[in-house]
Design a protein around this ligand. Structure first.
Ligand code: ATP
Ligand code: FE2
Length: 332
């Protein structure tokens, strides 16, 4: 069975084609195009949606070509139902509906956060039942399967970690996406500067730290040291919450997902924590960590195979689609 997935929750419009081969996810193609906010500003939902509308048709063609298949080979069309920005979600869903109707193939709306976890399970051999540390621009969640659902064990109380990095980056004049640039600067940092470490229960907050970091800039502290301190503090908090979720659920696998999972220091910290617990550490390849269509396609395929059905009439989007509202019928 072959599924075409359309991702469009925020900055990225992505098309992925995946095939199910003996229950494993085989990626035929996975192409993306990323909207970059103008003048170093934040994401403008309508502009991002226009960007997605401009490129979606060409990306679909490109994905078919790269996969070396025909339109007729597609068995299912999946799209990111939420959570995300309304205009972006609507654009991706509209493209999915048009394709589903023109090909006369079924449609499936999927939860974006769960897709980040399932692509790890589908493509990494030993990854069976992980705790996911999902760290992207807008999202920061620790997710694991428990009692029939994907549950959020901890999450940000304000902004996502990627957003925190991007906001700080913008403040010091870096271009979006700022995470990779902050990572480079942090490598040259030598002195740790005290920053608020706010974990409340199992949840994390970043805005206090962001303000404190901006104060350090005003007071002339070295940018490299500030970047280093931001990474050390936020990543330590993320690792701590992830470890607590692993202890609580008694799981011995940890999976990273989301754009911030590309960060080497974060990987190192989570990996060390996993090793100390005798647990397995997994991180998908870069193209599967960031927002992409293949993960949407794979989750759509899992849902379809488990008997879930949707039609164009009930293929609406859900901007606040919660991870724990997903009915997980494809897992025991
Ligand atoms: P979502 O809708 O899932 O919130 P998104 O639009 O933020 O997605 P992603 O591709 O998952 O998209 O993540 C982008 C974020 O990842 C940006 O905030 C970017 O700064 C951050 N990022 C990318 N690479 C790195 C890195 N090496 N270190 C830290 N952060 C990074
Ligand atoms: Fe994402």
């Amino acid at each position: 069975m072959i599924c075409l997935g359309i991702e469009g929750t925020a900055h990225t419009i992505g098309i992925g084609l995946v095939e199910d081969i003996n229950g494993r996810c085989h990626i035929l193609s996975n192409v993306i195009k990323i909207y970059k906010p103008k003048h170093g500003g934040g994401i403008h939902p309508r502009e991002a949606a226009n960007h997605h509308a401009t490129y979606v048709a060409d990306l679909i063609k490109e994905s078919i070509k790269k996969a070396d298949i025909e339109y007729a080979d597609i068995d299912l069309v999946a799209f990111s139902k939420g959570p995300g920005l309304g205009p972006c979600l609507r654009t991706a869903a509209t493209a999915a509906r048009a394709l589903s109707l023109s090909l006369n193939k079924p449609i499936m709306g999927v939860n974006h956060c769960v897709a980040h976890l399932e692509i790890g399970r589908g493509t990494i051999e030993k990854c069976r039942d992980p705790v996911l540390l999902y760290v992207s621009g807008a999202n920061t969640q620790v997710i694991a399967f428990a009692e029939g659902k994907y549950r959020v064990f901890g999450e940000t109380l304000d902004i996502g970690i990627g957003n925190c990095l991007d906001k700080f980056g913008r403040y010091i004049g870096l271009d979006f996406p700022c995470g990779p640039k902050i990572e480079k600067l942090a490598e040259k940092g030598k002195q740790y500067l005290e920053l608020p470490y706010s974990i409340k229960g199992m949840d994390i907050a970043f805005s206090g730290l962001l303000t404190a970091a901006e104060q350090y800039v005003k007071h002339g502290k070295k940018i490299e040291d500030i970047c280093y301190s931001i990474q050390e503090t936020t990543f330590a908090a993320l690792t701590e919450v992830t470890e607590r979720a692993m202890a609580h659920t008694e799981k011995d696998e940890v999976l990273l997902g989301g754009g911030v999972a590309c960060n080497k220091r974060l990987r190192e910290m989570v990996k060390t924590m996993a090793q100390e617990r005798d647990a397995h550490f997994f991180v998908p390849s870069h193209d599967l960590c960031v927002d992409n269509g293949a993960m949407i396609a794979w989750l759509g395929l899992l849902m379809y195979k488990s008997g879930i059905r949707m039609n164009v009439e009930n293929s609406h989007i859900d901007q606040r689609f919660r991870t724990d509202r997903v009915d997980v019928s494809w897992r025991d």
